[in-house]
Design a protein around this ligand. Structure first.
Ligand SMILES: Nc1ncnc2c1ncn2[C@@H]1O[C@H](COP(=O)(O)OP(=O)(O)O)[C@@H](O)[C@H]1O
Ligand SMILES: [Mg+2]
Length: 280
């Protein structure tokens, strides 16, 4: 395997123009630059080491999914650099795609087909041999605590949590070396959430996977991640191991007394205050 860094992101930025593009209809506006209101990724830089679980925690709308879409070659960045195992996501998407897999919070499936049929289909799309896919699929679903009977139900009969497990299973059918898990446990009940979390830990341990995980659950980030980036309004406002982040807000207290949720609120609160100060 390529020995380059699984993921390197440097000064990455992505804007979305807001609202309708009036320049198309109002001639006097034609030569004006288009107004940009939404800046979901604003000068983001970080690296993920091989075998690491790197977490991005941030509120809804802080730009996590946009970042994951850019990294998975689904969206073009406006500026900056992102490399997956040394391949540029903009210039070499065909080299990047086989090395990554994405689980999104709203996965799409063939709803009238069963989980197994879906996994067979996607396995073939990924170029796997039919004979191997079925046993591998049942094996993964079993580890995620989805029964054989549930695996043969049409997907539309499964709960949202069960469907999310199938999405996780699909991402692990192939063995891509960089997993992009975009809020893989959002919307799951506590038991399913634990099962998916345990599965992520096993896969990292047994399969030498490198994982980028977004979440807004601080306990989850603390449990799973080697390092965490705190994301706020498209920027990384703090980065470090869970204990390094605790130390940033602990003051005189011992670290084990500092709850991750408090860390998040404190760090993002400070960043909002700083923004307000610089706006004046
Ligand atoms: N295709 C798009 N066009 C315009 N704005 C978008 C688009 N996709 C996302 N956004 C905006 O970008 C911001 C970040 O969204 P997103 O990356 O989905 O955040 P998160 O995943 O952290 O909840 C939001 O304000 C969202 O409304
Ligand atoms: Mg999102």
């Amino acid at each position: 395997m390529n020995s380059a860094m699984p993921l390197r992101v440097e000064s990455l930025a992505k804007n979305f123009p807001s609202g309708p593009d009036w320049r198309q209809v109002v001639p006097v506006l034609r030569n004006r630059p288009r107004k940009i209101k939404v800046r979901p990724i604003d000068d983001v830089s970080f690296e993920i080491q091989r075998g690491e679980i790197y977490g991005i925690i941030g509120a809804n709308g802080s730009g996590k999914s946009t970042l994951v879409r850019v990294l998975s070659t689904l969206l073009l960045p406006d500026s900056g650099l992102a490399e997956v195992f040394g391949y540029d996501v903009v210039r070499e998407p065909a080299k990047v795609r086989p090395a990554i897999n994405r689980v999104s919070a709203d996965p799409s499936f063939f709803r009238s087909m069963s989980a197994i049929e879906n996994l067979m289909f996607f396995g073939r799309v990924y170029g796997l041999k039919t004979s191997g896919i079925k046993s591998r699929a049942y094996d993964i679903l079993d580890r995620l605590m989805l029964t054989e009977q549930q695996a043969r139900e049409p997907m539309q009969n499964l709960s949202r949590g069960q469907q999310q497990k199938v999405a996780v299973a699909r991402a692990f059918l192939t063995s891509p070396v960089l997993m992009l898990l975009d809020e893989p446990t959002t919307g799951l009940d506590p038991r399913s959430r634990r099962e998916v979390q345990a599965f992520i830990q096993t896969v990292r341990r047994d399969h030498d996977a490198t994982i980028l995980l977004t979440t807004h659950d601080m306990q989850e980030a603390d449990l799973l991640c080697d390092r965490i980036a705190v994301f706020s309004a498209g920027r990384i406002i703090a980065e470090g191991t869970p204990n390094q982040l605790r130390a940033m807000v602990a003051g005189d207290r011992p670290l084990e007394e500092v709850d991750m949720e408090e860390v998040y609120l404190e760090l993002t609160g400070r960043s909002i205050e700083e923004d307000e100060e610089t706006d004046d």
